[in-house]
Design a protein around this ligand. Structure first.
Ligand SMILES: CCCCC/C=C\C/C=C\C/C=C\C/C=C\C/C=C\CCCCC(=O)SCCNC(=O)CCNC(=O)[C@H](O)C(C)(C)COP(=O)(O)OP(=O)(O)OC[C@H]1O[C@@H](n2cnc3c(N)ncnc32)[C@H](O)[C@@H]1OP(=O)(O)O
Ligand SMILES: Cc1cc2nc3c(=O)[nH]c(=O)nc-3n(C[C@H](O)[C@H](O)[C@H](O)COP(=O)(O)OP(=O)(O)OC[C@H]3O[C@@H](n4cnc5c(N)ncnc54)[C@H](O)[C@@H]3O)c2cc1C
Length: 581
């Protein structure tokens, strides 16, 4: 917090700095500095902001974002916590009517936060208007005791991030003033009448903002993992590449290069996509302030697509890096296990990935159908019904590969839409038909998202002007990324006829050449991420390469090494040894 103040970084931007990496196994303030701060900035009206933002900035109020309940995380419309307006007292009564309505998971809710943005079903004048955000004080600001009517606790150990206190929360007819409803977009007036927002999903804005932040953070997490694994692979010598010759660095093995280099490339692909979505988010935020919500659906879909792809890629990449370090990747001091556990949760939180990909698919199908009818569609999906441009680029050039992605994606959407129509004719119910096509729909969303990421990678690299040498290395890395993802999705390219079997063999050959060409760049590339040793926190990945010394030094810190004979010997082992069992 002192560092943020020193560098004049506003609270709501803290989550895209590296400040959270200081605490390795989870930070109880992360939801305060990210979602809570953003909810105040984007969902509260100016008067409410004046009241709460300075207190939050000074950490007098420590907040969280309490939306998920034990019974519902994904289906926000199914939340059960109620906020019923009482016109007599001009208050909302918050209540948790069932066990399933218990708020469950919010970061910092258990012991740290003294306030929360609570999403609850808004009732006024006898009518339910769906989930709305409320500012709710949970604990006394001085004593930190939970307030009467508020039941709080921590949910117990998790796969990771265990220094964060994920919590639970129940309300027992807990009253808050009317003015605690966040009223920037919708309002309940004193007489209880409801003023609706200019778009009914504006109250979901904090989720959209967080999804964008997650994309950025996934590239950082993956960058940490590839730095550790690549440096280690340059230090570690194992086996014989040529019988009788000295043991080579394991980075000399082609299989090791194949494990690491595509994930180094992935760091850039995710980072460049994150920058592009962030730019769009800033534009949309500016438009919303002027009352224009036209681009909100596009931002929603793009943030769902990029959050899903980046969380999946970074989680898989980190696990591959861990495995690439052999046994030493399994030790906590390598830093890789905690990178994995603090990243795999991004697949689930802020919208479970399958669910987000289905949102993307819904948009693709709607846009495809609109395009066929000649209705206007947004630029990012015009390609679905635009004529093929494959022949315009030299065969197998980068541009041709991007076109192959685009046409394959359009083809998959077209095939899946036909399947959806056939299924609809059988079922006579759109929702059943949708469910019967949902695996294919997720594939559509994944291919469209990959196309977007590849396109952003290539266009950003091509725009580098500062250094020809840097551009040349990144061009090779980008080429590797494109070919790698084509080889992983060969079926789609063959089905669409954009690439032949011979093309795929040619590309595969080129990929092997690129691995060898990029091998000398591997260490410089990860060094350029410029992580301090303190931030990496890894015995395997420190800059000086003293892997074995650090592993040995770290082992000395194990509490079991404080004495030669452990207490367990006297308590359990000795009796066992004497028991003749
Ligand atoms: C070291 C720290 C340790 C801790 C963390 C560890 C690691 C940190 C690593 C990274 C973090 C770094 C940065 C991130 C910053 C902070 C994050 C930190 C922690 C985060 C903790 C996680 C917090 C949470 O999980 S909060 C809860 C999130 N919950 C969800 O996301 C719920 C998902 N569900 C939904 O969003 C919706 O229910 C839905 C699936 C979208 C469906 O909504 P619904 O209302 O049912 O709509 P429907 O499907 O009918 O669609 C109707 C229509 O609306 C459109 N739509 C939907 N949503 C939106 C939207 N948001 N905006 C615009 N439009 C929207 C939809 O497309 C439909 O349109 P149409 O009819 O087709 O035109
Ligand atoms: C570490 C962590 C931190 C969190 N922090 C917070 C927080 O600060 N605040 C907060 O409010 N919440 C928080 N959450 C909760 C998180 O947002 C939810 O867990 C997440 O949105 C997923 O919802 P769920 O758990 O209900 O999963 P479910 O929706 O029950 O998912 C289970 C399975 O059902 C599938 N499924 C569900 N719906 C559909 C569908 N429509 N179509 C197809 N398949 C479907 C999913 O794909 C998944 O395979 C956190 C969760 C974790 C793990």
């Amino acid at each position: 917090m002192r560092k943020l103040a020193e560098h004049n970084i506003p609270l709501r931007e803290a989550s895209i700095t590296q400040v959270h990496s200081v605490l390795r196994d989870g930070n109880p303030l992360i939801v305060h500095t990210s979602m809570f701060a953003n909810a105040l900035a984007s969902l509260a009206n100016p008067k409410q902001q004046q009241q709460w933002v300075p207190l939050a900035e000074k950490n007098r109020i420590i907040g969280t974002y309490a939306q998920t309940e034990i019974g519902h995380g994904t289906f926000v419309r199914g939340l059960e916590t109620t906020a019923i307006f009482d016109p007599e007292t001009k208050e909302f009564v918050l209540h948790s009517p069932t066990i399933t309505s218990t708020k469950w998971w919010p970061g910092g809710l258990g012991k740290t936060a003294n306030a929360a943005i609570v999403m609850a079903q808004l009732y006024t004048q006898g009518k339910c208007y769906g989930p709305h955000p409320f500012f709710v004080q949970l604990r006394d600001f001085d004593t930190h005791h939970s307030l009467p009517g508020v039941i709080l606790g921590e949910i117990g150990p998790r796969l990771g991030i265990n220094s964060q206190d994920n919590g639970y929360l129940r309300f027992d007819h807990y009253r808050i003033p009317r003015t605690n409803m966040l009223m920037r977009h919708s309002q309940v007036l004193e007489d209880g009448s409801y003023v609706k927002p200019i778009h009914n999903k504006l109250s979901y804005g904090t989720m959209v903002w967080t999804r964008v932040a997650i994309v950025h953070s996934c590239s950082k997490k993956l960058a940490c993992a590839v730095t550790i694994a690549t440096r280690y692979s340059a230090v570690r010598h194992q086996s014989e590449l040529v019988p009788g010759k000295p043991e080579p660095q394991i980075l000399e093995y082609q299989t090791q290069q194949y494990k690491l280099l595509p994930h180094i490339a992935s760091v850039f692909a995710i980072l460049f996509s994150a920058s592009s979505v962030l730019r769009m988010q800033r534009n949309v935020a500016a438009s919303i302030s002027k009352g224009n919500v036209e681009l909100l659906p596009e931002l929603h879909i793009l943030s769902c697509a990029m959050k899903a792809l980046s969380s999946q890629d970074s989680t898989q990449g980190i696990e591959t890096c861990r495995l690439a370090c052999g046994g030493h990747g399994y030790i906590a001091s390598s830093g890789l296990p905690s990178l994995y556990t603090s990243t795999t949760c991004t697949i689930t939180y802020e919208g479970e990935n399958t669910v987000l990909l289905l949102q993307v698919a819904r948009y693709l199908i709607k846009s495809y159908r609109a395009g066929l009818e000649g209705l206007p569609v947004l630029p990012s999906v015009m390609y679905l019904t635009a004529p093929s441009a494959m022949h315009q680029s030299p065969p197998l050039s980068n541009q041709a590969l991007i076109e192959a992605f685009r046409i394959s994606s359009a083809n998959l959407v077209k095939e899946t839409e036909s399947r959806l129509c056939r299924q609809f004719n059988l079922e006579q119910n759109f929702h059943y038909a949708w469910n019967r096509c949902s695996v294919a729909l997720v594939h559509c969303a994944e291919l469209h998202s990959r196309y977007y990421m590849c396109e952003k990678f290539l266009s950003t690299v091509e725009s580098i002007r500062a250094s020809d040498r840097v551009r040349s290395v990144l061009q090779d890395l980008c080429r590797l990324y494109l070919i790698h993802h084509i080889t992983l999705n060969q079926g789609h390219f063959l089905r669409s006829g954009t690439l032949s079997g011979v093309d795929l063999s040619t590309l595969e050959e080129e990929m092997y050449e690129l691995l060898a060409k990029l091998r000398p760049q591997a260490v410089p590339l990860v060094d350029a991420f410029d992580f301090r040793d303190e931030l990496l926190g890894s015995t395997l990945g420190a800059w000086d390469g003293r892997v074995y010394e650090r592993l040995y030094e770290e082992a000395q810190k194990s509490p079991l090494n404080k004495t030669d004979v452990s207490k367990a010997y006297h308590k359990y082992l000795q009796p066992l040894m004497k028991s003749n069992l």
